[in-house]
Design a binder for this molecule. Structure first.
Ligand code: IPD
Ligand code: CA
Ligand code: CA
Length: 264
């Protein structure tokens, strides 16, 4: 598979940041046993990865803007392009030494996400997609699962925690989904949840209370893998509504029905 110049820029930047993140992940295990814990160390690892990404992308594509989890919004001189960056998605996993976290970089052009990279350093899995060019995992073409029965579908989800999200609504949604689904999973890294739907490991996924850097790359991965994406209420703009529901044509539709039932 020949990577486009844009994909090369994105994957090079991500690989550079991932080397730093991987080194720091090795340290986290040692810090679990310290009284202070790895909290500050992980925040520093996160910021370091973000600045590596920013520097590499800025050098390759000067003028593009940024929406970054750690450093916020930076307006570029080019009003049509901006990167959505999560340097470490799955912070809680990383902090606890759980090897399931990712770097997520999406590119928005003229208000549309046109390219995305999600990289899992622990498993060395690189998910990439570009508008009109398909989605790939480590250079192999990926497609969403073809499953069209909810009773053997694996459905991913987010899970609100202390101080975050509508716990009551989540409980109603989970009750509705678990009443129909073959199984539910909460992995703890939204970018990878989306990548897993894109490659058929999960049949569908929903979550509320997300940010553009969590989902920009994953959205294009799923669309290019033949999947369907909406906000969690079925509307067309997950970035604006900060929620997402996705799957193949069948599982996406069925999931939306269940979420609607939970809300009524
Ligand atoms: C979080 C993860 C998690 C999701 C949260 C996100 P972070 O991102 O993606 O799976 O449930 O909503 O905020 O904080 O680890 O970058
Ligand atoms: Ca993050
Ligand atoms: Ca995130």
């Amino acid at each position: 598979m020949i990577r486009s110049p844009l994909m090369t820029v994105m994957t090079d930047a991500v690989m550079k940041a991932s080397r730093s993140l991987k080194r720091d992940f090795g340290e986290v295990e040692n810090l679990q046993v310290s009284r202070k814990g790895p909290g500050d160390f992980v925040s520093a690892a996160d910021r370091k990865a973000e600045s590596i990404l920013r520097e590499a992308l800025e050098k390759a594509r000067p003028g593009y803007g940024f929406v970054m989890e750690e450093s916020g919004v930076v307006h570029g001189t080019d009003p049509d392009h901006r990167w959505h960056i999560d340097p470490l998605d799955g912070t809680t996993n990383f902090l606890h030494g759980l090897p399931h976290f990712a770097i997520s970089v999406g590119l928005e052009r003229d208000n549309q996400i046109v390219a995305g990279v999600v990289y899992d350093p622990a498993k060395d899995e690189m998910f990439i997609a570009e508008k009109g060019k398909g989605a790939f995992l480590n250079n192999r073409r990926i497609r969403v699962a073809a499953r069209n029965a909810m009773d053997d579908a694996a459905i991913g989800c987010g899970l609100p925690h202390i101080g975050k999200g509508d716990h009551g609504l989540w409980l109603r949604e989970a009750a509705a989904v678990m009443g129909e689904a073959g199984g539910m999973r909460r992995w703890g890294a939204a970018a990878l949840d989306l990548a897993y739907v894109a490659c058929g490991r999960l049949d569908a996924y929903w979550e509320r209370g997300l940010n553009s850097w969590d989902i920009a790359a994953g959205i294009i991965l799923i669309r290019e893998a033949g999947g369907y994406v909406s906000d969690a209420d079925g509307g067309p703009d997950p970035l604006l509504k900060r929620s997402i529901a996705c799957g193949n044509e069948f599982t996406h539709r069925e999931l939306l029905k269940l979420l609607k039932k939970a809300k009524s």
